[in-house]
Write a protein that binds this ligand. Structure first.
Ligand code: IPD
Ligand code: CA
Ligand code: CA
Length: 277
């Protein structure tokens, strides 16, 4: 397992969180190097043994570090502590981008966030195949670590890439996004796997915005990416302009997700989404 030192944020739970994502990533990479089968859940979304084992490992370690915290994961739902509950909720996507994992594109990540009193406090997105960690805590910025570049603070650029660029999915075509991109005169698009890696592509000025009109997005898809993206200076809401809820029982986001590099672009997207949704 790689070790990551000199964490640049002072949030007391950041070192434990980094340890948890790295140990989940080790399990995922082991399975990625072997043969694995794919099953389909009730909502027809694919799931592999890697999603399940990563989910179990993350719950196990979070329970060891934080025995009174609640945990909400994609594969286990809401896990309530047996001792007195705290006002803290860990929100876990054990693999964001399972289809990318199955297709072996390398573009998947582990996403974990901590919400305190339903407000995001800490988050991490880790891409195992590139050993790249994105870490943020409230008011302490969004940071990227990779073995090649050590820690680097990310800032969303308010000026566009040479041409307005939309981050898109390889698996979930979004016709609304394509339509809005055309209406805004956009010419370029890049594909990245999962929500976190798309938002981090915007934070690195490889794209300017992302539009997802799925009514199936959940708290674990958005939580860690949201705190990272906001700390980098980006704007993220649902397609109606509302903030996401991180109440433990209200984890379904029914109105999609829009993430933009600037307020001006975000407002334009929301207006067009109102007309064309
Ligand atoms: C997303 C994630 C996620 C899902 C989103 C997708 P992808 O990334 O996989 O689990 O709920 O709606 O868009 O596959 O589009 O790159
Ligand atoms: Ca996901
Ligand atoms: Ca997942």
């Amino acid at each position: 397992m790689i070790s990551i030192k000199n964490i640049p944020i002072s949030h007391p739970d950041a070192p434990s969180l980094v340890g948890v994502v790295l140990s989940a990533a080790e399990i995922i990479l082991q399975i990625y190097s072997e043969n694995f089968t794919t099953e389909y859940k009730e909502d027809r979304e694919p799931v592999t043994i890697a999603d399940k084992r990563s989910d179990e490992q993350i719950i196990k370690e979070l329970q060891q570090y934080f025995p009174s915290d609640k945990i909400l994961t994609e594969e286990h739902g809401l896990v309530i502590p047996s001792i007195k509950e705290s006002n803290r909720l860990w929100i876990v996507d054990p693999i964001d981008g399972t289809k990318e994992f199955i297709n072996r594109t390398g573009e998947f990540s582990v996403q974990i966030a901590l919400a305190i009193n339903e407000s995001l406090s800490l988050g991490a997105v880790y891409q195992p195949t590139s050993s790249t960690l994105y870490l943020a805590s409230e008011n302490e910025g969004c940071w990227q670590y990779s073995s090649e570049s050590d820690w680097k603070r990310l800032y969303v650029s308010k000026s566009f890439t040479p041409n307005l660029t939309l981050a898109i999915s390889k698996n979930h075509p979004c016709s609304l996004g394509q339509r809005i991109h055309k209406l805004l005169g956009g010419t370029n698009q890049i594909s990245r796997g999962g929500v976190g890696l798309k938002l981090m592509a915007i934070a690195k000025n490889e794209a300017n915005y992302y539009i997802n009109n799925s009514n199936k997005t959940k708290a674990w898809d958005s939580a860690a990416p949201e705190i990272l993206f906001k700390e980098a200076g980006g704007i993220i809401t649902d397609l109606k302009g509302n903030s996401f809820s991180y109440a433990p029982k209200d984890y379904r986001h029914k109105n999609g997700l829009v993430a933009s590099c600037s307020n001006e672009l975000h407002e334009k997207v929301l207006k067009l989404a109102q007309v064309y949704s």
